[in-house]
Design a protein around this ligand. Structure first.
Ligand code: FAD
Length: 482
């Protein structure tokens, strides 16, 4: 009997264990279902754009190997068993996902299909370790990154990635099913009016080949000095693999082994500590998934329940100014505009902007998480909530609550010449380096010379830093004494 493979967050042909297993069963149906059920969190706008491009690349790659990608839209709980039945598939495989709603769906489907006499197998494709495999000495989940990662590293190197199937033989599709299938364009995932995706198109090449190119560029040009330079937002200082990882166009195993191979071939001029630092960032992603699996409400409930009593402000004007990059703090505004234009933001600036929203504006971290979910091309069910909770201080392994990033000193430290600010906040481009992170301190003559009317061309700060910081410290201190 034919086999069926269900693509989800694993939009690649190589190192795809479930695809490989299904392809070895004989004629194959490959299916992608755009999930419209309200049971599961819908993708944000930027992620939908990415998905559209990635599915097109995948569909082309499958066709080049003789196969075909069947694209459907609806609730997989109903569609998948229907497709399995209509194609007469006797074997179904997929790679695991780790958020609660997806796990519940997969469990229900596995039970239903097995009951109907279909063999179902699931695999790990997207993590180095399953979240339940890494355990403390007391046999429980980890709450702190450093010992978690030490345990992972002590367990040795990850296994080697799998090659892509040489060919994908096509199962026969009943005509009625063929009529039901959509093209990628038919999913209408990309914006039209207004078309806000121009900056995204310029910045990214979604798909497996794009991911591989990104990794090669990183290994050739950027990994050298990564340990130090990764905090600098004005240059290509990190891999920018995050959206490719999010959609499974590349696996952490592939990244790991390609990095090791480059290191052994002497191709990476980076030192061992650059490589180890890069691996530990991949480790943070693993740790986020570990947290998500053991705390399924990570995106909506405080990991540290004391934060339930937090007296957040409802500052809608402040939140709107933050979203638009109009807070009057240049590094914060540059970050949010980078996000809006390119669908991505540098990690250091993610921390600064998140801290500003949560601490200076005393806004619930969930509002920021929701905004990032809609605007990031790498919006990730584990990394996004885990990182927001980490900055808030409500997460596992929390940054201490009294750590309030000062956007001026952070800007001066990590963007000393203001190159990053000038790129994304062009109205400040002519300002002297000395004032680029605090235009309000510039003498009137300097502002005039730079063609800036504060409060008109660029906003005055929406909140005084001292006031915001003290208010946050008081609110957090009240929480701790409860
Ligand atoms: P590199 O430095 O090249 O790292 C390689 C890979 O390691 C990344 O692609 C990513 O998968 C992983 N990684 C790196 N840093 C982290 C980290 N701090 N936590 C978890 N994984 C990490 N990352 C997402 O992938 N999706 C998100 O939705 C997301 N939301 C975030 C929200 C906030 C408030 C913060 C502070 C961080 C968030 N991050 C998120 C983590 C991090 O900022 C990005 O993973 C990183 O900037 C991606 O850039 P890169 O691929 O060039 O990273």
């Amino acid at each position: 009997r034919p086999a069926l493979f269900w693509f989800r967050d694993d939009l690649r042909l190589s190192d795809n264990p479930a695809l490989r297993a299904a392809s070895e069963h004989g004629p194959l149906t490959c299916v992608y279902i755009l999930d419209t059920s309200t049971e599961r969190r819908a993708l944000g706008g930027a992620a939908r754009w990415w998905l559209s491009r990635s599915l097109q690349a995948l569909s082309d790659a499958i066709a080049a190997k003789g196969g075909e990608l069947l694209i459907l839209r609806g609730d997989p709980a109903e569609l998948l068993p229907d497709v399995v039945e209509r194609t007469g598939s006797g074997y179904v495989a997929w790679n695991r996902r780790y958020d609660r709603a997806a796990i519940a769906l997969d469990k229900a489907l596995k039970a239903e299909l097995t009951e109907a006499g279909v063999a179902v197998e699931s695999f790990n494709a997207n993590l180095l370790n399953e979240p339940w495999q890494v355990k403390t000495k007391a046999d429980g989940p980890f709450k702190v990154f450093t010992p978690y990662w030490r345990a992972v590293r002590e367990s040795g190197e990850p296994s080697a990635p799998l090659p892509a199937p040489a060919r994908l033989s096509r199962a026969r599709l009943p005509a009625a099913l063929r009529e039901q299938t959509l093209t990628v364009a038919g999913l209408a995932l990309e914006p039209t009016t207004p078309d806000w995706a121009g900056g995204l198109r310029e910045a990214w090449t979604p798909g497996e080949d794009g991911a591989r190119d990104r990794l090669d560029t990183f290994l050739d040009e950027t990994i050298a000095g990564y340990r130090e330079a990764r905090d600098l937002p004005d240059r290509l200082s990190t891999s920018r693999l995050s959206p490719h990882l999010r959609f499974g166009e590349i696996s952490p195993r592939q990244i790991w082994h390609a990095t090791r191979a480059a290191e052994e071939a002497g191709r990476t001029p980076g030192s061992a500590s650059d490589v180890e630092k890069f691996f530990s960032e991949i480790g943070w992603r693993e740790f986020s998934y570990h947290l998500l699996f053991h705390n399924p409400e990570l995106a909506s409930v405080n990991y540290d329940r004391r934060f339930d009593a937090m007296s957040w402000e409802t500052d809608e004007a402040g939140l709107a100014a933050w979203q638009k990059g109009l807070t009057g703090y240049p590094i914060v505004d540059a970050g949010l505009r980078e996000l809006w234009q390119t669908g991505w933001m540098h990690n250091r600036v993610r921390m600064i902007t998140a801290s500003f929203l949560i601490k200076h504006l005393l806004t619930d971290w969930r509002a920021g998480e929701t905004w990032f979910w809609d605007t990031l091309v790498d919006a990730d069910p584990a990394n996004n909530p885990a990182s927001w909770q980490w900055v808030a201080g409500s997460g596992a392994d929390a940054a201490p609550y009294f750590r309030v990033f000062n956007p001026v000193t952070q800007g001066e430290k990590f963007d000393p010449k203001g190159a990053y600010v000038r790129r994304f906040v062009p109205e400040l481009a002519e300002l002297d380096d000395k004032f680029i992170h605090r235009p309000w301190d510039a003498p009137a003559g300097e502002l005039k010379k730079s063609g800036i009317l504060l409060g008109s061309d660029y906003p005055k700060p929406i909140i005084a830093l001292d006031f915001g910081r003290q208010r946050a410290l008081d609110a957090f201190a009240a929480l701790r004494s409860e």
